[in-house]
Design a protein around this ligand. Structure first.
Ligand code: PRP
Ligand code: URA
Length: 209
């Protein structure tokens, strides 16, 4: 079963509270999304391999540890996932960025891939898949299916808010994918919205409501 890492940090809880508040404006909402993503990056990259090198400090020679050239790709699910990219690039500036676009068939509610542009060497990269909301899990599962079809072997899913239903669905469909989520909420409502959640993440990030 995939491991679920729910963040437990005062800074993340505080910024998530700001995002949930319906009176928070676009600028603050967008900034909080980027900042939480940056903070979560700390946990999601905890297992990056290190190598030892020798450098000169102003005082002496020293053996130090640096990241051993692991290749990472960020893949936001369009469109709301874009709101997490900037914060993570602050921490991993050399990461390449791919994009996956999904929409839901209004009758079947099944997610349909309408866009996918990934780095050429995506099979050799570890992917951080980004989407603020994990509701039914349909979008995340379809995105992971798409990445695996294209040869990706290591995927971590990063969400700001997850519903228990979505977390369970991803765990069942993709037990190898670790989930990093800032907060897990109570439930989904009849319209597939997370309760209490924060509303429509894409609309709030881009001011389209
Ligand atoms: C939202 C969100 C996820 C999806 C989650 O996207 O950003 O991608 O819903 O729902 P699910 O877990 O039930 O699939 P939306 O379809 O609203 O598109 P948007 O990002 O363009 O606003
Ligand atoms: N997508 C959102 O943006 N919000 C939800 O609560 C559920 C899906």
């Amino acid at each position: 079963m995939a491991t679920v890492h729910e963040m437990d940090h005062p800074l993340i809880k505080h910024k998530l509270a700001l995002m949930r508040d319906k009176t928070t404006g676009v600028k603050e909402f967008r900034e909080a999304a980027a900042e939480i993503a940056m903070l979560m990056c700390y946990e999601a990259t905890r297992d990056l391999p290190l190598k030892e090198i020798t450098i000169e400090t102003p005082v002496a020679e020293a053996r130090v540890q640096v990241i051993s050239g692991k290749k990472i790709a960020l893949v936001p699910i369009l469109r709301a996932g874009l709101g997490m990219v900037e914060g993570i690039l602050e921490m991993i500036p050399a990461a390449k960025v791919g994009h996956i676009g999904l929409y839901r068939n209004p009758e079947t509610l099944q997610p349909i891939e309408y866009y996918c542009k990934l780095p050429n060497d995506i099979e050799d990269r570890d992917v951080l898949l980004l989407d603020p909301m994990l509701a039914t899990g349909g979008s995340a599962i379809a995105a992971i299916d798409g990445l695996k079809r294209r040869g990706v072997k290591h995927i971590k899913l990063m969400n700001l808010i997850g519903a228990p239903e979505g977390v369970a669905a991803v765990q069942k469909a993709h037990p190898d994918v670790e989930i990093f989520v800032a907060g897990i909420d109570e439930k989904l409502n009849d319209h597939g919205y997370i309760v209490p959640g924060l509303g429509d993440a894409g609309d709030r990030i881009f001011g389209t409501k």
